[in-house]
Write a protein that binds this ligand. Structure first.
Ligand SMILES: Cc1cc2nc3c(=O)[nH]c(=O)nc-3n(C[C@H](O)[C@H](O)[C@H](O)COP(=O)(O)O)c2cc1C
Length: 187
């Protein structure tokens, strides 16, 4: 099973990199598998540490894909790193083993510390729609235009019916990115 979360890793200059990332759990370990090349991958290789943020703030996920990288952070408790301020829970991770691969290495991580900050309030269709649209946006260069248009048309129903301000803003960023891509402003 794959969960979608937001990972924070420490850059060489001491700042933090925030990126949406899928993760799996296997026998008590967290498995992260970032594609190469990426800043998150380089940070994981260098520091062997990361924070996994289980957030339902989909604006962070859409924001990271559309150039909005500044999100409030607070220091992690057991490792030199940061967690998102707005997260339901977080886990502080130490890389225990790396399964090397030129395209997509797998990092097996031990949970050093975890904390719940807020209760899960239930599913929201607009949050799910933003998540699915974010996946489409991260694959614009791979997917046919008609497939993207058909999926966006369907996902927009949930946005129109159930979005709050956060989900609407996130959706708008993603739609702008699709238009920019098609008009050649983004590669
Ligand atoms: C919901 C979601 C899940 C993602 N999961 C992964 C993943 O598991 N591995 C990966 O390499 N990129 C994944 N991505 C794309 C990365 O977030 C994106 O490529 C990131 O910008 C690369 O890392 P960097 O910003 O540190 O260079 C995902 C994107 C979204 C929206």
């Amino acid at each position: 099973m794959i969960y979608e979360a937001v990972i924070t890793t420490r850059n060489e200059d001491g700042s933090d990199r925030i990126a949406p990332l899928g993760y799996q759990e296997e026998e008590g370990l967290i498995i992260l598998s970032p594609f190469s090349p990426s800043t998150t991958l380089r940070n994981l290789e260098r520091t062997h540490q990361a924070v996994l943020n289980m957030t339902d703030n989909v604006a962070v996920i859409a924001g990271c894909l559309t150039g909005h990288h500044e999100w409030p952070l607070v220091p992690a408790e057991k490792i030199p790193g940061s967690r998102l301020e707005d997260t339901l829970a977080h886990r502080e991770l130490k890389v225990e083993r790396i399964e090397e691969d030129n395209i997509r290495p797998r990092f097996y991580c031990r949970i050093l510390h975890e904390k719940v900050h807020k209760p899960f309030r239930g599913f929201n269709r607009a949050k799910n729609a933003v998540l699915e649209a974010a996946i489409l946006v991260s694959r614009l260069h791979m997917l046919p235009t008609e497939k993207i248009d058909a999926e966006i048309e369907y996902l927009k129903i949930a946005i129109d019916k159930t979005a709050g301000e956060q989900e609407q803003r996130a959706w708008n960023w993603l739609m702008e990115r699709i238009s920019d891509y098609r008009e050649g402003r983004e590669k």
